[in-house]
Design a protein. Structure first.
Length: 275
């Protein structure tokens, strides 16, 4: 069967795959477009398997506040190179996945991957495999998180390599909310305050503090006390509300929030960055 340039271009417009890949698929499928699309998808699955051990450290981190500022949603779509991450089509797919997550409210990442990619018969997971076939790079939907609160602010750092979503217990101005979200983005706190630091992290910091004290020649009976002092320093440096506010080092983040309302605080935050 004669495969024309118009046929190849039509399949390319339908799938986004390369011209040579489209011609080969149409030839193998004897001109049947549905069959050719299946072949391209199978190629994508093969590429996905072949590139499974590759590092997908580039991509896009995208967050959005929705439902009148009551909910914030964030996803991370990874790829191998910054060139692909900056491609407009890759951005369209990432934003579409975020919109699907917002609309359908899946409870976890696996549920999100299993949802239908709107406008197709594919799941999101299948769509990613299809994109791998088109692009030839490992692509991975690696993160999905949600913050629900009385007021939620989503901050996307320019370039979409870093984002933060912060929930507050009360209404807050956009300027103040953005300040706190930028604090989360810049200072990478481990939790909201000392009470929400995971126990394993606390114990690790205590053990490190003890070992440091003993290595410095301090008596063993003093090591515990010294370690607890260093744990308090860790809380000050690594928990959001206790951190120095980046715009005014005389204030903690908690004190900054109290300049607007004595009861205003952060209830939860999520932060993602591409390494």
């Amino acid at each position: 069967m004669n495969i024309t340039a118009a046929d190849v271009n039509k399949l390319r417009q339908m799938t986004g795959a390369g011209m040579m890949d489209c011609k080969k698929a149409l030839t193998e499928a004897n001109g049947d477009f549905d069959g050719a699309i299946d072949l391209l998808r199978k190629k994508g699955q093969k590429v996905a398997a072949n590139r499974g051990d590759r590092e997908a450290s580039e991509g896009l981190v995208i967050a959005k506040s929705v439902d009148g500022g009551k909910r914030g949603v964030m996803i991370v779509l990874n790829c191998e190179t910054d060139f692909v991450a900056k491609n407009a089509d890759f951005g369209v797919v990432a934003n579409h996945i975020l919109d699907i997550a917002i609309e359908n409210k899946p409870s976890n990442l696996d549920e999100l991957k299993a949802l239908n990619y709107t406008g197709t018969e594919l799941t999101i997971n299948d769509k990613i495999v299809e994109e791998i076939g088109k692009i030839g790079e490992k692509i991975e939907l690696s993160h999905y998180s949600v913050v629900n609160a009385e007021q939620v602010f989503a901050y996307n750092h320019p370039g979409n390599k870093l984002a933060a979503v912060v929930g507050f217990n009360k209404g807050i101005s956009d300027d103040m909310a953005k300040d706190v979200a930028m604090q989360v983005a810049a200072m990478a706190p481990v939790s909201v305050d000392e009470s929400s630091v995971p126990e394993d992290i606390k114990q690790k910091e205590i053990e490190i503090g003890k070992e440091q004290a003993i290595n410095e020649g301090k008596p063993a009976e003093m090591a515990e006390k010294i370690a607890m002092g260093r744990l308090n320093k860790f809380f000050k440096e690594s928990t959001l509300l206790n951190q120095e506010f980046i715009k005014d080092s005389k204030l903690t983040v908690a004190a900054y929030l109290k300049t607007a309302d004595k009861d205003l605080t952060v209830t939860e935050f999520k932060r993602c960055v591409l390494s």
